[in-house]
Design a protein around this ligand. Structure first.
Ligand code: GTP
Ligand code: MG
Length: 426
């Protein structure tokens, strides 16, 4: 089955808690704070691996977690940061937040990375809070909570149509003739090593995208030639134009070429054989092509449409393109990604300008939300009175108190942040 859309749940680890510790010194009850910081948790990072061509691996790994940060140590030792968790995805993967439907990452190039779920930062140890006023702080910060989100991964289409065939059969020549693309054309094999894209326009103003793909040889599904690299590109097209050198100018038999290539496609991914295929009998201007074509047509029967073409003289290509457009109209997207939809979206970034926001809940409670306030809340260890006081001060500095008062919050009224409730005191 061709997996093109997978939903996965991500939970990044929490940061390690800061440590409360004091140096032990003779006759000194608190020999100076020396509790170290907690370590940062690992992020969940998506990375492009060009060896992959589907999202099938994610299907069997629907819950991804990253490691939490180590708790702080005494003697001011800094706790270790956790290692990141890497999720490998094929080129052309779009990662979308399931709730907001916004795009988090559009991953294209091999090795390209995106942090999709951020690990919590480690909390500060009590050493950090030492000041002139408080030479022996007895509190430390908790580690921040790791991000948690559900994402949808989709594999984007490379092109509507793919030009497929042996090396040197004229794929690049065809693309250069019917589109404005200028791929390299030469008489040696594997001239094309990465796909070239071009837009084909019909007289009626319709268009489709065509990809000129690297040549394929026998054994490609086992990795020979450009192997999988090439095949995964074909997977990302809806319609295949199978190009043959009908003149047999390189002393190969066109029908054999055709059979071998289809065998490679099938071995790589059975569903490729279900995609519509148009056969282009190219190099019809050369000697022997006409005779070969008669023989070829006898062998292949009427299973596929065959078009006589000379790419170099631009004979017969118009007919191929019109027919291709027709076939595209009847070919579904394999549930693949819809590009138009993509353009409508904004790339989502991990930023938040607003420090906090206050809402009046149904029960009249003042609900404070916002990344900064929530993070501060999570990081505060309320077992320590000093830490709680610090939390209060921070809210005041951020202007939360003032805003609460402005909204009519009086003494003794209930204020809520996340799952915690407080009494407001002026
Ligand atoms: N006589 C003749 N030569 C052609 C025709 N089409 C392409 N050629 C020649 O065939 C050679 C290979 O053409 P390309 O378009 O580079 O072939 P390709 O299929 O893209 O090859 P790879 O990129 O190596 O896979 C070039 O020398 C072209 O000029 C044609 O219709 N007639
Ligand atoms: Mg080429």
């Amino acid at each position: 089955m061709f997996i093109d859309r997978v939903k996965i749940y991500l939970k990044a680890g929490d940061g390690g808690n800061g440590m409360v510790a004091f140096r032990r010194e003779k006759y000194v009850p608190y020999g100076g704070p020396d509790g170290g910081n907690g370590g940062n948790a690992g992020d969940i990072i998506f990375e492009v691996d060009e060896g992959l061509s589907t999202l099938i691996d994610l299907r069997y790994n629907k819950h991804v977690k990253s490691a939490r940060g180590e708790n702080g140590h005494s003697k001011s030792k800094h706790a270790k940061n956790a290692t990141d968790t890497i999720v490998k995805v094929p080129p052309g993967t779009i990662v979308r937040d399931n709730e907001t439907e916004l795009i988090i990452a559009d991953l294209i190039e091999h090795g390209q990375r995106a942090v999709v779920c951020k690990g919590g930062k480690g909390g500060k140890g009590n050493k950090h809070f030492k000041s002139n006023k408080d030479s022996a702080p007895k509190y430390a910060e908790n580690g921040a909570k790791g991000q948690e989100r559900e994402v949808v991964c989709e594999l984007k289409l490379l092109a509507d149509v793919g030009l497929v065939g042996y090396p040197s059969v004229g794929k690049s020549t065809i693309l250069s003739t019917v589109t404005a693309a200028k791929p390299k054309i030469a008489a040696y094999h594997f001239t094309t090593i990465v796909p070239n894209l071009g837009v084909v326009g019909t007289a009626a103003g319709d268009e489709f995208v065509m990809a000129d793909l690297p040549g394929l040889i026998e054994g490609a599904s086992q990795g020979i030639g450009l192997g999988h690299q090439f095949l995964r590109h074909i997977e990302r097209t809806r319609v295949i134009i199978h190009v043959l050198d009908m003149s047999g100018s390189e002393a190969r038999d066109p029908f054999e070429d055709f059979t071998k290539i289809n065998k490679e496609l099938e071995e790589f991914n059975k569903t490729l054989m279900k995609r519509p295929q148009l056969i282009v009998a190219n190099k019809m201007d050369l000697d022997g092509a006409k005779e070969n074509l008669i023989e070829f047509k006898e062998k292949i029967g009427d299973k596929y449409p065959v078009f006589e073409v000379s790419a170099i003289t631009n004979q017969g290509l118009r007919e191929v393109m019109l027919q291709t457009y027709q076939v595209l109209q009847e070919t579904p997207y394999f549930n693949l990604y819809d590009d138009e939809d993509f353009e409508k979206n904004i790339i989502y970034k991990f930023t938040s300008d607003e420090q906090f926001h206050i809402n009046r809940g149904e029960d009249g409670t003042f609900e404070i939300s916002g990344f900064q306030v929530e993070r501060l809340m999570q990081k505060t260890n309320f077992d320590h009175e000093d830490a709680a006081k610090r939390f209060g001060r921070a809210l005041r500095v951020m202007g939360v108190d003032e805003e609460l008062r402005r909204l009519g919050c009086g003494d003794g009224e209930t204020v809520r942040i996340l799952d915690f409730e407080f009494e407001f005191r002026d």
